[in-house]
Design a protein around this ligand. Sequence first.
Ligand code: BG6
Length: 479
Amino acid sequence: MTNSDVVAFVLFGGSGDLAKRKLYPSLYLNFIKGLLPGDCKIFSVSRLSEEVQAFQAEIFLQLERYVSPSQFSDEKAKAFVKCIRHIQLDVTRDDAWETLETHLERFRHAPIVYYLSVAPRFFGDIAKGIASVSLNQNGARLVVEKPFGHDFESARALNKELRLFFDEHQIFRIDHYLGKESIQNILALRFSNNIFESQWHAGAIESVQITVAEKLGVGDRGDYYDNNGASKDMLQNHMMQLLSIVAMEPPFAFSPDAIRDEKVKLLRSLRPIDADSYSDSCVRGQYVSGQGEASYLEDVDKESSDCETYIAIKGYIDNRRWAGTPFYLRTGKRLAGGVGEIVINFKPSNPELIKSKDGLCSNNKLVINFQPDQDIFLFINKKDNQSESFSVDTARLQLSTKSGDLKQPYERLLGHVLAGDQTLFVRDDEIEVAWKWLDQLAASWEQGGSSPYPYKGFSQGPIEADKLFVESNGWEPIK
Ligand code: BG6
């Protein structure tokens, strides 16, 4: 990564929860590693009036709380908070932009990062306001959080609106899954190991499973969640990103656009789930009470809701590499475990010739756990050395090695923003094609009038999801 020449980091929503829990701590980690230039100023923008020293002291406490003890230093945290300034500004007022200009005037000749940690309805106005005082130039970058639109049309309109004021190469759309260490590792695993790369296709792979399960319910985000559900909250963004990284073609170069071109191509070849294929391809669920915890309806305080807290799909990718290989994706809240996992199931090899003691020979399997632990396991068969006859048993090889503090997603993503590297950010066409696919899926379930199936809190999800399987192995258990 190149050294950053960013002179000011402007954080809209700088007094908010995300900023305090994730963004300041991540900026601090970049600061101590020398990735945030020492003379860079951090402007927290919010409607609140904050006395700057009190605000700096508060951020110091947040750093103490959220940065791991091995990376926290009193002295460095003090130096970091000294870079923080506060701008009181109401982005809905016309005079806001002159205020911003006054504060940023002396920085305008070098790159400024604008991070919008605010409700998406403000994105357009903020981009316009910044441009109205010509502060969108000289390498300025605009970082936006999800949700980015609520369907294809709204995402496209938002893209158009932002591009009126910032070029695409200046816009960094965050999907924090792209900042996870193990997700990046998939690219390394796939493209630097011939043993995997040569077998990464329908000829050798029977099926792929991608799971993101959470034990938590919707908590206090009921209002947002009930309008979105697992499909918009997780499937359209994080799950689609995981899928595209697992299944994309090798990029011609390790550059932001070469990688994103391949991800877009992959998403374009994801077969739409239409009303005819819906019942064989998608199952939605909603948690009811389990282990004494409230049901979803109690959590959102409603009599009824068609919002899904679980969604599972069986998808097919219509390209030469993946012809006929099912991709099983599932995500949900209040499930038996909190786990993020990708499982590559290989096809059997000589099942008639060599067997295990019980007559079965397991298929090779590559398991990539990305949370809570970051582990990679390869299951291979070997001769069973305790058996009188020639038979095999399965060994689980751990391919991951533990190292010190791994970068957290926001630390890595902010580091990339500072360096002006868009590899880990979602491009305009990528977000639109993912929405288009999801819109079709949503239209299919609406057409069929299907409601989510109930599933018990802390269970494996609705049993109806088992029917998606075409082979015998079924879902990996959520633990
Ligand atoms: C967010 C969703 O984008 O991702 C949340 O809005 C979800 O509902 C979260 O809990 C999961 O992120 P992670 O990193 O904890 O898997």
